[in-house]
Design a protein around this ligand. Structure first.
Ligand code: EPU
Length: 340
């Protein structure tokens, strides 16, 4: 079937901020073959492209000037169920949470800490999603991607993806240059729970559960997220809007002198992750609005659309928060979502 080009497509329902914008041209792709067809297409192939998954890591401050490529590649399968690990494969358009639930339904634990993260399987490696003590990189096997210039399909392993904290090759060198079509995950055997995160420890402590199973962790993560983070279906948002800044020991100690209560976590390489939410909170921005955009009243890392906010309005709020934190702590917070 030929690629179907849609024109003047409203994007409000395709980004979790619910910001109004239009795609002058949009194409939906349902398979790797269609992505390659797109690359070979005489007119569409040469256009700059904006790849859209679940739209949960995106702030549209204007109409995209590129051809919007909506990824709708489905498919879930068990590639190999071995003694050491189970390898699963998902089409890039599969909803991340659907994939987590499906894997548990098949009897395979390992992804439960990443329950309820919005977005698609294909977007998960781009920003190396992480929550409650686990990062995608720790469950990653490989992915297939189509090079948007040559149409070649490449398979990349974890080392090739160069994962970092909310970071990968796809946010840097390969940004806008390739489309991920399939994601493969490796769930090690035997399954081991990941329970180190304070919120989880507290949750199971209260319930008096010493050794939760994968489903119990899944339920716990869903409960904690629902209590702490606004549901994008109810209040437009893109999860954490800022990354937690990583600083060296000297800077951390300097800040600690002025702000002894600051929350920070030591990392393996001797650096420290500072809790951006704490700094925003301490800057007085939690729950505050600027126009129709606000810093969430429950979690200071999340910016929300109170209704009808434009992307520019949300961006203005983000800049104001960024400035306030820079003034107080001398640290410039980085945005997590992609800004268009
Ligand atoms: N805090 C405040 N004020 C707030 C919220 C939090 O002071 O309004 C403090 C908390 O008390 C806590 C610290 O900040 O001590 C950290 O808060 P939390 O445990 O909620 O985690 P986070 O660092 O703010 C990160 C991820 C989330 C992920 C959670 C749980 C980033 C940028 N965000 O948030 O990811 O769900 O940990 O693992 O790393 C996302 O990326 O969209 C996202 C939601």
């Amino acid at each position: 079937m030929d690629l179907q080009l849609e024109t003047h497509v409203p994007l409000a329902a395709m980004n979790t901020f619910g910001v109004a914008a239009h795609a002058a041209r949009l194409v939906r792709v349902h398979s790797q073959r269609e992505v390659r067809q797109l690359v070979d297409h005489p007119e569409l192939g040469v256009l700059p492209k904006l790849v859209l998954g679940g739209g949960s890591n995106l702030l549209l401050t204007r109409d995209p000037q590129a051809l919007v490529v909506k990824i709708e590649i489905g498919g879930l399968r068990v590639v190999r169920d071995g003694a050491d690990a189970t390898i699963l494969e998902a089409g890039a358009g599969v909803g991340w949470h659907d994939l987590v639930r499906w894997s548990l339904e098949q009897g395979f634990g390992g992804l439960e800490n990443l329950a309820l993260i919005p977005g698609t399987a294909g977007a998960a490696p781009v920003q190396n999603i992480g929550a409650y003590g686990l990062e995608l990189a720790e469950r990653f096997e490989s992915l297939d991607a189509v090079d948007l210039t040559t149409g070649r399909v490449v398979t990349l392993d974890a080392a090739a993806c160069r994962f970092g904290y909310r970071d990968s090759l796809f946010k840097r060198e390969l940004a806008g240059k390739s489309i991920i079509t399939q994601l493969r995950l490796r769930l090690p055997k035997p399954w081991r729970p990941v329970l180190g995160y304070a919120d989880l420890e507290r949750h199971f402590g209260k319930l008096g559960i010493a050794a939760p199973d994968a489903w119990q962790i899944f339920e716990a993560v869903c409960t904690i997220r629902r209590a702490k983070l606004p549901d994008p279906a109810v209040l437009g948002n893109a999860g954490s809007f800022f990354k937690n800044p990583v600083v060296n020991r000297t800077i951390r100690n300097e800040i600690l002198q002025d702000f002894p209560e600051i929350v920070s976590y030591p990392l393996e390489d001797g650096t420290y992750k500072l809790a951006a939410a704490w700094m925003i909170d301490a800057s007085g921005w939690k729950g505050k609005s600027l126009g129709r955009a606000a810093v969430d009243a429950r979690h200071a890392l999340v910016l929300v659309n109170k209704g009808g906010a434009s992307g520019e309005e949300i961006h203005a709020l983000a800049s104001a928060v960024q400035q306030a934190v820079a003034q107080k702590f001398g640290i410039t917070l980085e945005y997590e979502p992609v800004l268009v």
